[in-house]
Design a protein around this ligand. Structure first.
Ligand code: GLA
Length: 768
């Protein structure tokens, strides 16, 4: 199912390019660290001994009961790289069964060195999708329920523990680990970063919970509470908690404090701090607990957030794209995105016949019969003044003229999405985001009932008691509603797909008022050829395209087939408004950077109405299920995420719990100048113009003749990046605007010079 898939704000600085105004002097402010520590430390603990299982694996496509046996001769199997799925190592589009085998010695010294001596823990990356693990021929782990079979196994970590007395373990001898997999679509195999073996240790049960929000307790100060707790066991931890603030530019410890800390499975320990005198950049915080008795230690690190987006002004401002398209004779819905002190009064001059505007909400509804380009002037006023914007309504054949801006339930809620969560998201979007142009509320997998009704129509499950009512509610807020299905018999989550019911489903969606369909390949592999040709890849999307064309509603069509057959070359011709170019994203730098920085190959596929989709956003609180955690991306990685996706003209689909949008996440999602780069009417996608060891530069042509430029530091250290403007083809541009900070910079001389934090970005707009 799952498929083939630090830090900013320094601003452009230095001799040829200085900040025209503001706080460029990064190191000037005296650091007065105010630490209110409400609640420390020798570093004696030896970390648990690991045996790496990352190398030496062998792989074979197919399935046989003999492949788990110790004596089976796997010499002719192919060497496998378990850091990547099998698709990426010579088995493109391979679904179905495959096996991996590894021979490894398990030394009994592991037990001797361990503090706890009960269990042995295996980490075998992720199993995609269904998986069974055999140790010396005995089944020791499976990722599906008893009574099910491997085909019902769900993608997830291949992590499990065995008692040291388990007879399957051959201590001090060669052991054979054999993994049987069944992949239902997209990427397959065992893959990931964590392939190891170690004794379950005292600290394996212990975790810092840093998911609380940072609170802005003053203009330059942050407060936070973190917790440390054991998830089980009876051990009482008594020790020291050491807290450090580190400047990642110089790697110096700016503040350090150690306190006593005691906790157990029943009573967590909470540490609350306030740090002050912060500049606009991220700092590293480390929390380290050392247990007195065992000397064992656990550490967690996170970056501090910092806000670059200026506060919204009280004067009215119209945001959002410059253009919007709908087909003639289909229902029209557009809410004019505008910020400013409320109440705002909306006006639109030049609306085509058939449309009406609600002056109090800014929502335009109706239907236009005649094709045409209608140039409209929007005016939004409040007691402080008025703002005007020229806007083009294009009634024609193409919709989705700019990339979709919205929310999708998957990265937040996974299969646990329900009516209530969708309403919470719609309300949050309406209250906090729609003024900046956000407008889609998309339900991903998990809404479908187990069976169709007597007429063969798809029906929602008990989590969605009234899909039409929910859609009407979303529309009443001026927002649009999206849904999810698969061309196969089943979706990736095992719910009903649209196979052989395409016309019926398109009609049902239209009856409900759906505006967006994500159509996910998944089990379609089971009903198409084993080695799909280009025509096979196109077929299911052509079929649903024809069905959508039969309904009198504009439903944005979003292909999800992970880039197979280089979809960016034919997505437009098959009638897609967007198409996923990769497997599923995760909230890690590895996932984000490998997806984001590999999109240059897709660039020519983008044009108004048709965009590449490098998958949804992983900012805010994510979790793919009922429990949520703060994204594991650092603040600078998150700036990179939004900047790069905007340069790529990607659909921006927020994937977080919208009921808990913290100040930093809102800052990322409400920067109108950044969003304008994504929404630029020219519809071009950025190209990578420089790729050096530690940095990359991507540039995107804009409708007004300007260029958006992202300077990305892909290294682990702060870097001052110098770009020769002439060599980069940017010589004719003289004005430079820092888009996140919305400030012009003084840029004279032949170079663009940017100090960029690790994994961070400086995003600028150049004009002549
Ligand atoms: C696939 C898709 C995801 C999500 C899930 C739902 O993995 O790529 O985006 O839609 O299916 O099951």
């Amino acid at each position: 199912m799952l498929n083939a898939s630090k830090r900013s704000g320094s601003g452009l600085t230095a001799h040829t390019l200085r900040q025209a105004q503001g706080d460029g002097a990064l190191l000037r402010i005296t650091r007065i660290w105010i630490l209110i520590v409400l609640l420390a430390a020798p570093f004696l603990g030896a970390s648990a001994q690991d045996i790496s299982l990352a190398k030496g694996w062998k792989f074979k496509i197919g399935d046989s009961t003999t492949w788990s046996a110790v004596k089976y001769n796997d010499q002719d199997w192919k060497a496998a790289d378990v850091s990547i799925p099998w698709e990426e190592q010579g088995y493109p589009n391979t679904d179905g069964f495959g096996w991996y085998r590894l021979h490894t010695t398990i030394p009994s010294s592991l037990k001797e060195k361990a503090y706890l001596k009960d269990s042995l823990h295996f980490d075998l990356g992720y199993l995609d999708d269904g998986g069974e693990v055999f140790l010396n021929g005995k089944l020791v782990y499976k990722n599906y329920k008893n009574g099910g079979d491997i085909k019902s196994g769900l993608y997830g970590p291949g992590s499990f523990s065995l008692s040291v007395h388990n007879p399957a373990i051959l201590w001090d001898k060669e052991n054979v680990i054999a993994v049987r997999l069944f992949d239902t679509g997209g990427a397959g195999g065992i893959y990931g970063d964590k392939f190891r073996l170690h004794m379950v240790d005292l600290m394996d049960n212990v975790a810092f919970n840093t998911d609380g929000d940072f609170i802005y307790s003053g203009p330059n100060s942050l407060s936070k509470s973190v917790k440390i707790k054991a998830s089980g066991g009876t051990y009482d931890f008594t020790g020291k908690l050491n807290f450090k603030v580190i400047d990642p530019e110089t790697n110096t410890v700016i503040y350090e404090k150690t306190n006593n800390a005691n906790f157990s499975a029943h009573s967590p320990f909470t540490y609350t701090f306030t740090i002050g005198s912060l500049q606009k950049r991220s700092y590293d915080l480390t929390y380290t607990f050392t247990d007195n008795r065992s000397g064992k230690q656990i550490t967690k690190t996170e970056g501090t957030p910092y806000i670059l987006t200026p506060y919204v002004k009280a004067e009215p401002r119209i945001n959002g794209p410059d253009v919007f398209g709908e087909r003639p004779g289909n229902p029209f819905l557009y809410k004019i995105p505008a910020t400013g002190q409320t109440p705002l009064v909306y006006k639109a001059d030049g609306l085509p016949a058939g449309l009406k505007l609600d002056a109090a909400t800014g929502i335009i509804t109706g239907m236009v019969i005649n094709k045409g380009d209608y140039l409209v002037t929007f005016t939004v006023s409040n007691t402080l003044g008025s703002n005007h914007k020229k806007f083009s309504i294009k009634i024609g054949d193409v919709i989705g003229l700019t990339p979709a801006l919205g929310w999708n339930s998957w990265n937040a809620w996974g299969l646990t999405v329900n009516d209530k969560k969708v309403r919470i998201s719609a309300n949050a979007m309406s209250d906090k985001l729609s003024a900046h142009g956000w407008n889609y509320i998309n339900i991903d997998d998990g809404w479908e009932a187990a069976n169709r009704n007597a007429n063969g129509e798809i029906v929602p499950n008990e989590k969605f008691p009234d899909m039409k009512g929910l859609t009407d509610y979303v529309h009443s807020l001026g927002l649009r509603m999206g849904i999810y299905s698969s061309p196969g018999p089943k979706t990736c989550g095992g719910y009903l797909g649209s196979w052989q019911h395409e016309d019926q489903d398109a009609k049902t969606y239209a009856d409900w008022g759906i505006d967006y369909l994500k159509y996910d390949w998944c089990s379609y592999s089971q009903v198409t050829s084993q080695n799909p040709t280009l025509d096979d890849f196109k077929k299911p999307y052509q079929v649903m395209r024809a069905s959508l064309d039969k309904v009198h509603r504009d439903i944005l069509f979003s292909f999800c087939q992970y880039g197979m057959g280089d979809v960016w070359n034919w997505g437009t011709a098959v009638g897609g408004n967007s198409w996923r170019t990769t497997g599923d994203i995760e909230d890690t730098w590895k996932s984000l950077s490998s997806i984001g920085f590999s999109q240059d190959k897709t660039a020519l596929g983008a044009q108004p109405g048709h965009f590449n989709d490098p998958d949804m956003l992983v900012v805010g609180k994510v979790g793919w299920g009922d429990s949520q955690h703060n994204t594991r991306l650092t603040p600078d990685e998150q700036y990179t995420h939004i900047s790069l996706w905007s340069l790529l003209s990607a659909p921006l689909l927020i994937g977080c719990d919208m009921g808990h949008l913290d100040a930093f996440t809102l800052n990322l999602l409400t920067n109108d100048e950044v969003l304008a780069i994504d929404q630029d009417a020219l519809g071009r996608e950025a190209r990578q113009i420089i790729e050096k060891d530690g940095y990359q530069v991507w540039t995107k042509e804009l409708e007004d003749g300007g260029k958006a430029v992202g300077i990305f530091n892909t290294s682990e250290q702060y870097q001052t990046i110098k770009i020769n403007k002439t060599e980069a083809g940017l010589g004719e541009y003289t004005r430079v605007r820092d888009v996140w900070q919305q400030k012009y910079l003084i840029a004279s001389g032949p170079e663009l010079i940017a100090k960029v934090p690790p994994h961070g970005v400086i995003l600028v707009k150049l004009s002549k």
